[in-house]
Write a protein that binds this ligand. Structure first.
Ligand code: GMT
Length: 375
């Protein structure tokens, strides 16, 4: 059965927007009609795709209102698109505000619309601690027809934080394996003046405090004392200037490349030997999956859903949050033994294919859509 599916997400850079957009693209490839209802074109929707439609939520600034009414405009747009396009359901990413907007839209349509909500983490692990939002998050979850979360850890955290008995299904994140695959990057390495015998360590994030950027820099400083290496820092955000300062203080400026936001992540990953993801909280860690798909083992923290993505001692290593000595020790061990490194790299690629393959995950979402429509 081909469905008409509305998707709402934050369209800017970020894992939840990436997953929502890639899911929409793959559903469209399977013949479903997909309608993105967002404030701007999702950044991964970079060309014209058959079966995909985009409906912009235009938020006007009225002098009489202190704040632009984004949530109301979105709800109203959802109702209008759902009615006009005869949508079967709306799949929203984030409980707040998107699930709440969808619930309003559903009421505007006399309850004739199904809502599926996917929790990605930040809405629960950050907003869930805000007493002024906790109850509305709970409402958004309980009033959705079906709720998924991107890791088992996020399911547990959500249940505890908003004290709900609502069933929440885990559906892991995925990558488009046609994009995230090991590419030949000899030339690119030369472009960045990285010597053949230098190992490349990479970190990609939005440089929010939760990513513990100083730990990345400190770990690398320790690693680079033992292994000839370079650190690639990809992304932009509030902790970037702190990172620059620390790099100067540790006198490793010649070994760290700040590359800002980048589009062709698979190429940068393919020229890397190791990824560091040392977050304090992380519901899943999509970048770790992207790295593993390109054959890059990951050292991550034993936090949130990261242990569901990285298998300690198999596809990478896990260290406790803040334990930079552990990170450096494991990294040096991994990078110093070529044959063991190759095994980690191969297992990482195989693990992504067998557990997080897009075919598996998109089929799970399709199954859940059918389930929600029978409710
Ligand atoms: O990591 C971020 O700060 C961005 C955030 C988002 O909302 O896009 O990412 C969250 O969703 C991703 C996709 O499900 C997950 O891979 C990230 O782990 C999660 N971030 C956090 O939990 C901090």
């Amino acid at each position: 059965m081909k469905l008409k599916i509305g998707i709402s997400c934050y369209p800017t850079v970020g894992g939840s927007g990436v997953i929502a957009t890639e899911l929409g693209k793959l559903l469209a490839e399977r013949g479903h009609e997909v309608h993105f209802i967002t404030s701007s074109v999702p950044f991964r929707l970079d060309r014209v795709y058959p079966n995909i439609y985009y409906h912009e939520v235009e938020v006007n600034q009225y002098s009489v209102f202190q704040y632009p009414p984004y949530d109301l405009t979105l709800a109203s747009k959802m109702a209008e698109v759902a009615k006009r396009q005869k949508l079967d359901l709306i799949h929203v990413h984030y409980a707040v505000p998107h699930a709440i907007c969808a619930i309003l839209a559903k009421q505007m349509l006399g309850n004739q619309l199904k809502i599926m909500t996917t929790l990605h983490g930040t809405d629960i692990t950050v907003l869930g601690y805000d007493p002024s939002l906790k109850d509305i998050i709970k409402f958004g979850i309980e009033q959705s027809d079906l709720v998924t979360a991107v890791s088992n850890d996020l399911v547990t955290q959500t249940r505890e934080l908003v004290t709900t008995e609502k069933e929440i299904e885990t559906v892991y994140n995925f990558i488009d394996e046609r994009v995230y695959t090991k590419l030949d990057t000899e030339e690119l390495k030369g472009h960045y003046k990285i010597a053949k015998d230098e190992r490349v360590i990479i970190h990609i994030s939005n440089f929010r405090p939760v990513k513990r950027i100083p730990d990345i820099v400190k770990s690398f400083a320790l690693i680079s004392k033992k292994v000839k290496s370079k650190l690639l820092l990809i992304g932009n955000g509030p902790e970037l200037s702190i990172a620059r300062q620390l790099v100067r203080e540790l006198e490793i400026e010649d070994k760290v490349l700040f590359l800002g936001n980048q589009k062709h992540i698979a190429e940068l990953l393919s020229m890397s030997d190791l990824m560091l993801l040392l977050s304090e909280k992380e519901s899943f860690g999509l970048v770790a999956l992207e790295a593993m798909a390109c054959g890059v083992p990951v050292i991550g923290t034993n936090a949130g859903g990261i242990p569901e993505v990285i298998t300690d001692g198999v596809t990478g290593y896990l260290c406790e949050v803040g334990d930079v000595e552990c990170v450096a020790k494991k990294a040096v061990m991994l990078l110093s033994d070529i044959s063991s490194y190759e095994a980690f790299s191969l297992r990482a690629m195989e693990h992504v294919k067998s557990v997080f393959h897009s075919e598996i995950i998109v089929s799970e979402y399709e199954k859940l859509y059918k389930q929600v429509l029978q409710k």
